[in-house]
Design a protein around this ligand. Structure first.
Ligand code: GYE
Length: 330
């Protein structure tokens, strides 16, 4: 953990105070800010991006449940999709002098200043699920996230194979500026670039949520209903919205139009088993244990890898059973 001299002095004083207190009393040092003692309660702030998707709600639950399990004092903020709110939450956690901050950054850019403030205060920041683009990587401790470029490639390769290299695609992109939106597009584009029969008819953001996914799909179908043969949605929710729009337009999702999504939540996998969705690239949201493991390791003085990659797999009709989906925890 990086510390400035003032916070080091403050920490040393607290360590001394904690040991003195522990010598006189037992079990009374709960809530103490100093690291090291077994009875310390770690105080952590989680600045969450929003609640736009089933994926994000599962992530929030995972972090909350893990904090509870480990006896961590968790402060939570839902930034409702607004970066200024999220920055304000991080500043508030810094002002509270917490032991660590978990941040799921809405967009990639605009973080240098506030992350610098956290570093100056000696508070480690663990990024979960989305990366940032900053001048200096030491501004955050580690990133725990999937490889979104590779997810986009997996989706593209599956579609090339399935369609025999010929498809007219509507792409529903995630939130503009968000790492998974940028990289899932990059990966998919890289695969289809070498395929003359693969054409993107239109590509527009559905903001990672079901309502917007449906709305955008309806608008795009008004222009492309006759031509479209495939939908590539950057997440499950937009794919589920697109399925509704296709059905409303009298098209059969899953047969007439191939549908691909990313995430792998229960609802999308259910649609896959029903035959309305054809391929789901997994992206794991249950990052609570990894995030707190990281903070505990930092506290113990361990150096972490800058990017702890989460592994993803691919689901389609060949490897996905109803039984598996019924047991899916989110
Ligand atoms: O795929 C999407 C969510 O950042 C990886 O954000 C996450 C993405 C996830 O809203 O459903």
């Amino acid at each position: 953990m990086k510390t400035n001299p003032t916070s080091m002095i403050r920490r040393s004083a607290l360590v001394l105070l904690a040991s003195a207190t522990a010598a006189l009393l037992t079990n009374c040092n709960k809530g103490d800010k100093a690291g090291g003692g077994s009875g310390d309660t770690m105080r952590v702030g989680f600045a969450q991006a929003g609640a736009e998707s089933a994926w994000r709600r599962a992530e929030t639950e995972s972090v909350k449940a893990e904090a509870e399990k480990r006896g961590i004092d968790l402060r939570f903020t839902d930034a409702q999709g607004k970066q200024d709110k999220q920055i304000a939450a991080v500043r508030d956690y810094i002002a509270q002098g917490l032991d660590g901050i978990i941040l799921a950054p809405i967009v990639e850019t605009g973080w240098d200043e506030v992350l610098g403030e956290a570093r100056d205060a000696g508070i480690p920041v663990v990024l979960v699920d989305r990366g940032v683009s900053v001048k200096d990587e030491s501004l955050y401790a580690t990133l725990i996230a999937s490889d979104f470029v590779s997810e986009g490639k997996m989706a593209g390769e599956w579609l090339v194979k399935k369609s025999g290299g010929s498809a007219k695609i509507i792409e529903l992109e995630g939130t503009p500026g968000a790492a998974p939106a940028i990289d899932r597009k990059k990966g998919f584009d890289a695969v289809i670039a070498g395929e003359s029969g693969m054409e993107i008819l239109a590509s527009q953001s559905g903001d990672f949520n079901i309502e917007k996914g449906k709305e955008v799909m309806e608008a795009l179908l008004a222009q492309h209903a006759d031509a479209v043969t495939a939908v590539y949605a950057h997440n499950d929710d937009m794919a589920l919205g697109a399925i509704q729009a296709l059905e409303a337009a009298g098209k059969k999702p899953g047969t007439e139009v191939t549908v691909i999504s990313i995430d792998g939540g229960k609802a999308a996998l259910g649609a896959l088993v029903e035959g309305k969705l054809n391929c789901v690239v997994e992206c794991l949201p249950l990052l609570g244990p990894n995030a707190f493991d990281a903070l505990e390791k930092i506290k113990a003085g361990e150096k972490l890898e800058k990017w702890q990659k989460v592994d993803d797999q691919l689901f389609d009709a060949e490897n996905t059973t109803k039984d598996f989906v019924d047991k899916r925890p989110y």
